[in-house]
Design a protein around this ligand. Structure first.
Ligand code: NAG
Ligand code: NAG
Ligand code: NAG
Length: 230
């Protein structure tokens, strides 16, 4: 018998032994589902997604997400059901504008940390395993007691996520590399009135005693969350 053959047999015996020790405790693990090997796919640097959102209070939104990391900006254009459209325009320098073109209103918010990095989910997330979400078989991660995130096993595309408040996000489309024209990123003039008062406007991250504050303070604003009923 060749040495290689011998080694293979020993490896097989060892494997069989480990399996038999393991079996009573139900610790057999599927190949590819090892917590250490399943890592989330970083977001593409630019994408457009159409999201169907059910807020924690049950109100519905159809939201265009325009994520644009190289240009340091993220846009959520939120169509509330049978109501006005809300624009949530986030710059990575920390300024976010929330405006309603029909009502002519604007609110400025300050996030010191800016927008989410494309790999925001990669570090310190907990792999939960595979689950079905909206009919897609997904790898699932949880992060910071704040979010559960579903990624399609085959295509690696995000399928959706659920915030700890119960707000659910379902991605209806996902266009990698799509970029919204520069002219669309201009907040209306009335957002810039009272020019020197930015620091007096609402500063979002003040305390860290809630999961969402902690998350936003560490990782940045996440599409959809702050226009929930918080
Ligand atoms: C939205 O979520 C609530 C539970 O939070 C659920 O009762 C309701 O059916 C959902 N609406 C839709 C359209 O899925
Ligand atoms: C951040 O960038 C945006 C877009 O260029 C600008 O309107 C805003 O005033 C900037 N905010 C700060 C604090 O510089
Ligand atoms: C991950 O967690 C460790 C320990 O809490 C922390 O030191 C580190 O900064 C975290 N990394 C990221 C990217 O959040």
């Amino acid at each position: 018998m060749s040495r290689t053959m011998e080694r293979l047999i020993w490896q097989f015996r060892l494997f069989a032994l480990l399996c038999s020790l393991c079996a009573p405790f139900g610790c057999t693990q599927r190949v590819g589902a090892d917590a250490n090997t399943v890592t989330p796919t970083p977001w593409p640097l630019q994408f457009h997604a159409l999201a169907f959102i059910n807020s924690s209070s049950g109100t519905l939104q159809a939201t265009d997400l325009w994520y644009d990391w190289p240009n340091g900006r993220n846009f959520n254009i939120i169509h509330n059901q049978l109501k006005n459209v809300l624009h949530d325009l986030e710059w990575t320098n920390g300024t976010s504008f929330y405006y309603d073109l029909d009502a002519g209103t604007c609110q400025t918010r300050i996030f010191d940390v800016g927008i989410l990095r494309p790999d925001w989910l990669v570090d310190n997330s907990t792999y939960i395993g595979q689950q079905s979400y909206d009919g897609f078989t997904c790898n699932v991660w949880e992060k910071a007691d704040f979010i559960v995130y579903y990624e399609d096993v085959d295509t690696k595309r995000p399928v959706g996520w659920i915030f700890y408040t119960g707000m659910t996000i379902h991605l209806m489309s996902f266009e990698e590399g799509a970029v919204l024209a520069d002219s669309e990123w201009q907040a209306p003039a009335y957002c810039f009135e009272e020019e020197d008062s930015v620091l007096g406007k609402q500063k979002v991250i003040e305390t860290e005693n809630e999961p969402w504050r902690k998350f936003l303070a560490n990782f940045g604003n996440l599409p959809g969350f702050l226009v929930d009923d918080n």
